[in-house]
Design a protein around this ligand. Structure first.
Ligand code: PFF
Ligand code: NA
Length: 452
């Protein structure tokens, strides 16, 4: 199988990798996480996590894919037969995430539509939880919420359609359209947000550093957790994507570009979100600190409320939810590609067959979140995936490669052959010592908060 698919251009690969990285995590996870963990002071642990774990792991995953030219299970198998399961573990996590990520994108699609008529009215919380998700009805897990079925189907048709067209004609083209569009839409939103009344107050709240938090271990865990999720590392994605790189590709350079692009987008989102919160605070005369939220509630309850108060509300509402859709789709494409690639390689079936089986199964399972109990289920699954799945996947990966297989030196030589920025001892220390220590600590902390 040496006629492996390849990216058409370096930019194509970079946009796909950025497309995977830039997602809902940047828009609604980062701003709240930073705010809750020291505001401006959070940038210190965040930057530290980016440089000691984020980019070093990204370099490692790019090197693994580029050198071994396989999806995650196959690449791990080529390093050592006993490691294949680590690849499958990562693929399994991606599979589970894809089942609920798709549902959130479907919601965003519906809300882009609702924005045009500001259909959510003035009680945005009631609209989202009761009218939209039907959560108040009896039979919590039983009944489907029919209005979500068509957008959900549409999401899967787009994603699986793109994947079935392959790497160059599908994934690459989709990202070449989605990512530049996303950046333009998002810039318009952020510029609008920072020129609204009260924006400065919101930004003040966001950036005001609380240095006393720096000594708190949980702040550092939050920083590393954010970096892992945000850069899509330890999800089998970056290994898969880099396995389609042409032989002559600079690895370390690409990793630094991906890492900094993702963080820039994250910072931009933080500015946009807090400027908007500052505006809202000024409209309802409440302190910003009382309306800060993250995640699903920020996007589907707080933002509609902010949009209601803005001039040209339908226009900016549409742009906001369209951005969520684009950011989400490019990430969902990457998560789903992990199982499409692994299944087709493992069982020697065509890409199309793998898309139908793997994607079809994921789509079917995603229906569970389209029930009245969907949001509760989603929160529960997401909690376990984030607290254990990801940290364990990263821990297995670095410990296996750095300690058992002692493979870092080989990977380092491989990367240095093709890259401008040379790896050295610093890189091996980040992966062999710092990352396992942090991830191990993270696991213990998460487990002990679970048990208390
Ligand atoms: N990196 C994406 C984000 O920041 O939103 C999310 C993500 C994509 C996480 C793909 C996991 C994943 F497998
Ligand atoms: Na991200």
């Amino acid at each position: 199988m040496e006629n492996r698919s390849q990216w058409g251009t370096r930019l194509g690969f970079l946009l796909a990798a950025m497309g995977s990285a830039i997602g809902l995590g940047n828009i609604w996870r980062f701003p709240a996480t930073a705010y809750e963990n020291g505001g401006g002071a959070f940038f210190l642990p965040y930057l530290f996590a980016l440089l000691t774990a984020g980019i070093p792991i990204l370099i490692m995953e790019y090197t693994i894919g580029h050198k071994l030219r396989g999806s995650a299970p196959k690449s791990f198998n080529k390093m050592n037969k006993g490691f294949e399961w680590i690849g499958w573990w990562q693929v399994a996590i991606s599979f589970v995430i894809s089942t609920y990520y798709a549902v959130i994108i479907a919601w965003a699609l519906m809300f882009a539509w609702y924005a045009i008529g500001l259909d959510w009215g003035s009680d945005t919380q009631g609209f989202f939880l009761s009218d939209f998700l039907n959560m108040a009805d009896p039979g919590v897990f039983g009944d489907m919420v029919p209005k979500i079925l068509i957008p959900l189907l549409l999401v899967w048709v787009i994603v699986l359609g793109v994947l079935s067209r392959g790497v160059k004609k599908g994934i690459e083209i989709a990202n070449k359209v989605f990512i530049p569009t996303l950046v333009v839409l998002f810039l318009i939103i952020v510029i609008r947000a920072i020129t609204l009344e009260g924006a400065v107050n919101g930004l003040d709240t966001f950036f005001k550093p609380d240095w006393s938090r720096i000594a708190d271990g949980s702040v550092w865990i939050a920083a590393y957790g954010q970096i892992f999720f945000s850069l899509s590392i330890a999800f089998a994605i970056m290994i898969t994507y880099s396995s389609y790189l042409p032989k002559k590709s600079d690895i370390t350079n690409n990793a630094f570009i991906t890492g900094f692009a993702n963080s820039s987008f994250e910072l931009l989102a933080g500015i946009g979100v807090f400027a908007a919160l500052g505006f809202m605070a000024s409209q309802v005369s409440t302190p910003v600190t009382e309306i800060v939220d993250g995640g699903i509630i920020l996007a589907f309850v707080v933002f509609p409320e902010i949009i209601n108060q803005m001039p040209l509300a339908p226009f900016f509402g549409f742009l906001f939810f369209a951005s969520l859709v684009l950011a989400g789709l490019s990430s969902l494409i990457s998560i789903s590609e992990t199982y499409v690639a692994s299944v087709s390689e493992k069982f020697n079936i065509s890409r199309t067959a793998a898309v139908v089986f793997g994607g079809g199964l994921a789509a079917l399972i995603s229906l569970a979140y389209a029930t009245q109990g969907g949001l509760v289920l989603l929160d529960t699954v997401d909690h376990f995936i984030m607290s254990y799945g990801v940290a364990l996947a990263g821990l297995f990966e670095v410990v296996a490669i750095a300690w058992f297989f002692k493979g870092l030196k080989d990977l380092q030589n491989h990367a240095n052959e093709v890259s401008d920025i040379k790896l050295g001892l610093w890189w091996r220390v980040c992966l062999g010592v710092i990352t396992p220590a942090v991830l191990g600590y993270m696991m213990i902390q998460n487990l002990s908060t679970e048990l208390t």
